[in-house]
Ligand binder design. Structure first.
Ligand code: ANZ
Ligand code: ZN
Length: 802
């Protein structure tokens, strides 16, 4: 056979596919929408880690094509955001220019993967014809009361000089630059995602997503059940309300803690404590969220006031401490050191009494060395609740408290409204005009897009205003409502805005009348399979679900969940599991590997490195093995393509097992074992070819199965096998379980139910013959006094004897 020349073959098929695309919409096929998380076009280009997700999604897409679907497999660019802007500040290059260059480069690299993207659908979030609709959604949300302004302390990155959403703060640090995040008071645009909290939680049930991701979303939404309980402040008219998920422990509350930002914090101070209280409040305000969140030694200050436990009248000291957050629950808690870890630590440090109210085995512990946090056990030291089971009381207490008139049953969410303003340049301008008379007025829908103007300096002002604030001609406008002089909003949207809905736009990307036509939406949406990194498990996926539900509510689309199925691929790391990054100098570029081994081999190797859902270490050397396999397969097919070998039972069996193994492994996304499966069968067939030959139908099956994984070589071999059509015009092969069945079975031979040996018998053997074979195998172990002979077909021969 001619030697395998990857360069020649791959160039040839690129050209042919360009002229005659393999994915066609004949209007009859059902659709299948396979979506990649679209990339941010960074200046560093793609490395082999980026390839992994694209290869996985392309394999899945081509498999769906072979199953007879019209494939929707688009690609686009998430191109607003900080890196382009930071580059502009450093180099003075307009973000639009650097973005366009990066897009061109990455598009070239993506084309090397030979994925079946439909570039007619391409979108770019920075394109005015795209962000027109990003702005339109905002206007619709504003009109629906879901976008509002609020003066609030926001997470502030002193290095990027911009506000950040909670989601962009990772362990107290800016997700982008790693600087410690602080707080700053600013007037912010907020999106009321909390109004959707319950639906976002409940509808997780509808989704075919990894359980891990669903749990992360549920935890982020953080719905909890409990009670608000009112404590009177001793000697005052004031009442303090706490939120607790453990009202069953109310008798064990020995102190109370308020967040230092709590409205009563200062007022509760007495003459003796005032100085210390004010100092503590001031100290807390200086702390970044890092210090506050990190689990180190508890700090706090006693206010000098006491609250009255509403159940037993006990006086409990009121403290301030920064481990209580101002914006969760009521910003005040009752503290039960015996049954809560943080309270235990605090009480131990400040010598506050600890009263046990739940006894695990009914016995009170003499000296507690740690909190007992389970709601399991018998209530003690709890008045009329004594003897009750804590888990039962936990559920009933909120209603009992409500009946007693000392509080009420409530639910709480961890989810906060979404801070939607960024004080930066490179984003969608928020389409709002501030009028002295009419207040915040949206830009009329027919005037969208509101174009992002050019500025001279991209530098953030650092005052909390975006660079747009410096362009008077742009800022000064007239009120769309009353026509009087007014000013434009100068904040821009966060990068998440465009990515929250881009997947809807692909199927109608050139529509200038609607975000997407209902007709196309009904026909092609929602997404059937979404593939991307697990780092987006919370933020992007939650925002997209929120946008989809909103657009469903206003009738723009007819479904309320965007992504039916989700697959998260693991990362490809450098040696020792270190993330690939330019700064670590461990980035492996795909370009040379494609040149030296070919796209097909790199695709296979990307899958071969490990289970796709796990992180895998990259080692260039491994690709040699894949290349050898491909070369051997090439030779197997070409050497035997004209063989006259007839189909035998054995060949039929191998062929069906091959189909079965590849299909079931592919269906379960075990893609690394698909590749190793191909290698095993390849060896087996090479062996069979030497011994008795391999029939053409088996070779054809092999080539069709390989096509989603290594499309170029499969096309070439398919044509060498004498076909003029594309290999992708085939149907995915089906297996016949009967043909797979082994002709011989291994059967256990027993005496009185105890296995003595194993014999091989024909699968369709009669009972008589099976018993005879069993007896022969047992030989002189038989006593000659046989009572019963049993044959369980294909499994057991049992001789019962005295
Ligand atoms: C008394 C108690 C006893 C509590 C006990 C726990 C265990 P989740 O599940 O996260 O909602 N808490 C309430 N508001 C808080 C705030 N603003 N900052 C910090 N902690 C706060 O947890 C709710 C529990 O966290 C509440 O129940 C409260 O402590 C605390 F054995 O109340 B618990
Ligand atoms: Zn006005």
């Amino acid at each position: 056979a001619v030697p395998y020349n990857h360069r020649e073959i791959e160039q040839k098929w690129h050209k042919i596919w360009e002229e005659k695309p393999v994915n066609v919409n004949d209007g009859k096929k059902p659709k299948y929408y396979c979506l990649d998380m679209f990339p941010y076009p960074s200046g560093n280009g793609l490395h082999v880690g980026h390839w992994r997700g694209y290869v996985i999604s392309d394999v899945w897409s081509r498999y769906k094509m072979l199953q007879g679907f019209y494939l929707i497999h688009p690609m686009g660019w998430d191109a607003f955001g900080l890196p382009a802007e930071n580059y502009a500040i450093k180099m003075g290059v307009h973000p639009a220019k650097s973005t366009a260059e990066n897009v061109a480069n990455i598009k070239r690299q993506i084309n090397e993967i030979a994925a079946v993207y439909d570039w007619d659908m391409e979108v770019n979030t920075t394109d005015p014809s795209f962000y027109k609709w990003t702005q339109w959604i905002f206007v619709k949300m504003f009109k629906a009361g879901l976008a509002y302004q609020k003066e609030m302390p926001i997470n502030w990155c002193p290095s990027c000089k911009t506000g950040l959403a909670n989601e962009e703060v990772v362990n107290g640090k800016c997700e982008r630059c790693g600087a410690d995040v602080t707080k700053k008071n600013l007037n912010q645009w907020m999106l009321k995602i909390t109004e959707y909290a319950d639906r976002l939680l409940k509808d997780l049930d509808k989704l075919d997503w990894p359980e891990k991701v669903k749990k992360m979303q549920a935890d982020w939404i953080g719905k909890s059940y409990g009670a608000e309980v009112n404590f009177k402040v001793d000697g005052s008219e004031k009442e303090l309300t706490v939120y607790t998920t453990r009202p069953d422990t109310l008798y064990g509350a020995t102190f109370m803690v308020l967040a230092p930002e709590h409205a009563y914090a200062k007022e509760l101070a007495t003459d003796e404590t005032r100085q210390a209280v004010e100092d503590y409040i001031y100290q807390t305000s200086l702390k970044s969220s890092v210090d506050r969140l990190q689990d180190k030694e508890k700090t706090g200050v006693f206010t000098g006031s006491y609250a009255v436990n509403p159940l037993n009248g006990a006086l409990v000291p009121i403290w301030l401490s920064d481990y209580v957050l101002a914006d969760y629950g009521t910003g005040a808690i009752m503290c039960v050191p015996a049954h809560d870890d943080r309270d235990f630590e605090f009480a131990t440090k400040f010598n506050i009494p600890i009263i046990q109210v739940i006894a695990k085995d009914g016995e009170e512990i003499e000296h507690m060395t740690e909190a007992y946090t389970d709601a399991k056990g018998t209530m003690i030291n709890s008045g009329e609740w004594n003897g009750m089971e804590s888990s039962v009381l936990k559920k009933e207490a909120p209603h009992m408290i409500e009946k007693m008139g000392i509080g009420k049953a409530t639910t709480n969410y961890k989810l906060r409204d979404w801070v939607f303003s960024r004080q930066r340049y490179w984003g969608e301008p928020i389409p709002i005009v501030h009028c002295p008379d009419c207040g915040a007025v949206p830009v009329p829908e027919e005037e969208l897009p509101l174009l992002l103007p050019d500025v001279e300096s991209y530098e953030p002002t650092g005052t909390g205003e975006s660079p747009l604030a410096g362009i008077d001609a742009w800022v000064n406008t007239t009120c769309p409502c009353c026509g009087k002089p007014a000013k434009r909003e100068t904040n821009t949207m966060p990068q998440w805005a465009g990515s929250s809905w881009y997947f809807l736009r692909y199927v109608d990307s050139k529509n200038d009348k609607e975000l997407v036509s209902r007709e196309k939406a009904d026909q092609y949406l929602p997404v059937d399979m979404y593939i991307g990194g697990v780092e987006h498990a919370v933020l992007h996926l939650l925002y997209s679900r929120f946008y989809t539900k909103f657009l469903n509510d206003i009738g723009a689309i007819d479904f309320d969940e965007p992504f039916h199925k989700l697959f998260n691929q693991g990362m490809i790391t450098g040696k020792n599991g270190i993330k690939m990054s330019k700064s670590k100098g461990n980035v492996v570029s795909p370009d040379e590997l494609v040149r030296d081994y070919g796209c097909d081999s790199l695709r296979l190797y990307e899958l071969f490195v490990g289970p796709p859902e796990l992180d895998s270490e990259w080692d260039d050397r491994g690709i040699d093995g894949v290349y050898r396999f491909i070369t051997r397969l090439w030779k197997l097919v070409l050497d035997n393509k004209d063989s006259e070998t007839k189909e035998t039972k054995e060949l039929l069996k191998v062929r069906n097992k091959l189909i079965y193994d590849i299909t079931t492994r592919l269906e379960s996304f075990s893609l690394n074992t698909v590749v190793s499966g191909f290698m095993e069968y390849n060896n087996k067939l090479i062996d069979m070819a030497k011994k008795g030959g391999v029939d053409k139908a088996t070779l054809e099956t092999l080539v069709v199965l390989l096509a989603p994984f290594a499309p170029h070589i499969s096309e070439e071999l398919w044509s060498q096998l004498g076909h003029e059509t594309s290999v992708f015009e085939n149907q995915w092969p089906e297996y016949d379980e009967k043909a797979m069945a082994d002709d011989e079975k291994e059967v256990a031979v027993q005496i009185n139910g105890k296995t003595k040996c194993v014999v091989k018998v024909p699968a369709d053997i009669s009972k008589e013959d099976a018993i005879a074979a069993g007896k022969e195998a047992l030989g002189d172990k038989l006593s000659g006094n046989i009572i019963k002979e049993i044959y369980v077909p294909g499994r057991i021969i049992n001789i019962v004897q005295k």
